[in-house]
Design a protein around this ligand. Structure first.
Ligand code: NIG
Ligand code: FE
Length: 411
């Protein structure tokens, strides 16, 4: 059968095959194919293997583009399963305070943090949010991200939360990155509900959740000390499931606060951050098959002083995924390769474990493992071309990325 695209003679091809997610020893058990090739028909991978194998399986005709990959490597397109990429405003003043020693809680108490972005986002029109977010998505695409999650959570009123989710829907048709929309009305308590958190939780459950559900695939809660309790988080996620959304959760970032146990109890696909997860939390994730989505760029930029115990999670048999946490506060980096570098150099993952965490396991975090996350026949051709060996991805800021393919098209 003739193919539309053949990329051959790649120095290294990492197909990162399933089954997904990859757990325990399988998290890092991948090897590069030398002299690799990938053939596609339109957006779909038809064959992947050595150049000789692929050439023997496919046909070429006048419409086939044949590219020589010598001197380059290829990995699946990165999946970024946790971002707050939709927002308005600017929090660089907060950065200055953080560099001078203020922590997350102090900044939030002084009216900064999430609430400062809420003020700006409520005032922004849908068009403004679309255009500002598109700029950030273009940066992510250049860093190899071909699929990403995008949360609401800077509206904290029904109209703005729905507007943010509609922005995600519009951006899905306007630029190459596929976006998965997540409703997180319980990201913070808005100023008009200060001291009335229970009333706000009722609003989230009774009004926002049903209004958001038609626009969101996922529901999420910031379950942590100073934000939402495990009991509130569980009630909110159960309401989300009832409305037709799938649950995921911010858990154990600022304190060991019960979020991982809530993730297991509600059947969350992913529990995210996990900087302070303890042994019982790890066991909860393992027994319920929850993906641990780790955000080392946030731990780094917030100067949390520690990173999630990724080695212990892998050893316990919890699938580990990586994400950037792009956001206006501590989410400074749009780069999955930077998250991979921190995973390797600050959390002791191998390059292969970090690559799995950014591709096939990140696809599992977003429940897209059947369609993306690996370069296998039948899957979507989303891929990153790298100058030299794939491990060059860890050379932060050295521009190792030579090209990004989404659905078979060079972006
Ligand atoms: O994942 N933890 C909650 N939300 C974000 C921070 C969002 C913000 O600071 O605006 C996070 O780190
Ligand atoms: Fe977050």
């Amino acid at each position: 059968m003739p193919v539309t695209l053949l990329i051959e003679h790649l120095d290294q091809l990492y197909t990162v095959p399933g089954p997904s997610p990859r757990v325990g020893a399988r998290q890092g058990d991948i090897v590069p194919i030398l002299d690799g090739a990938v053939a596609c028909d339109g957006p779909t991978v038809v064959a992947a293997g050595t150049t000789a194998q692929v050439r023997s399986q496919i046909g070429l005709d006048d419409n086939t583009t044949v590219l020589d990959g010598r001197g380059k490597s290829m990995v699946p397109g990165f999946v970024d399963p946790h971002t707050h990429v939709v927002f308005a405003g600017d929090r660089r003043d907060e950065l200055r305070r953080r560099l001078a020693g203020a922590d997350y809680a102090e900044i939030a108490a002084a009216g900064g943090g999430i609430l400062s972005t809420v003020r700006a986002t409520r005032q922004a029109s849908e068009d403004e949010l679309v255009s500002q977010t598109a700029t950030r998505l273009a940066e992510m695409l250049r860093q190899g991200t071909t699929t990403a999650e995008a949360k609401s959570g800077y509206g904290l009123d029904t109209a703005t939360e729905v507007r943010m989710l509609q922005v995600v829907g519009r951006l899905n048709t306007l630029q190459p990155i596929e976006l998965a929309a997540t409703f997180i009305g319980a990201h913070e308590v808005p100023p008009e509900f200060r001291g009335r958190q229970t009333d706000y939780v009722r609003l989230v459950i009774d009004e926002m959740t049903p209004a958001a559900a038609p626009y969101a695939e996922w529901c999420d809660v910031f379950c942590d000390r100073g934000f939402f309790t495990p009991e509130e988080s569980r009630a909110i996620l159960e309401a989300g499931v009832h409305a037709g959304m799938k649950p995921r959760i911010h858990a154990d970032e600022l304190a060991s606060s019960g979020g991982s146990q809530v993730a297991a109890a509600v059947g969350a696909r992913s529990a995210d951050h996990l900087v302070r997860i303890d042994a019982s939390g790890i066991e909860s994730l393992r027994s319920a098959g929850v993906v641990a989505t780790i955000l080392p760029c946030a731990a780094f930029h917030l100067k949390l002083g520690q990173f999630a115990p990724a080695r212990a999670l892998i050893a316990a048999g919890v699938p580990v995924a990586l994400a950037t946490d792009v956001n206006p506060g501590g989410g400074f980096s749009p780069s999955m390769p930077f998250a991979m570098a921190l995973a390797c150099f600050a959390m002791n993952l191998t390059f292969e474990e970090a690559l799995v965490a950014s591709t096939i396991n990140a696809a599992a975090s977003l429940d897209r493992q059947d369609r993306i996350g690996s370069l296998e026949p039948g899957k979507q051709f989303d891929a990153v071309l790298v100058h030299g060996p794939a491990v060059n991805l860890l050379r932060v800021n050295a521009t190792p990325i030579a090209g990004v393919y989404k659905k078979g098209v060079l972006c």
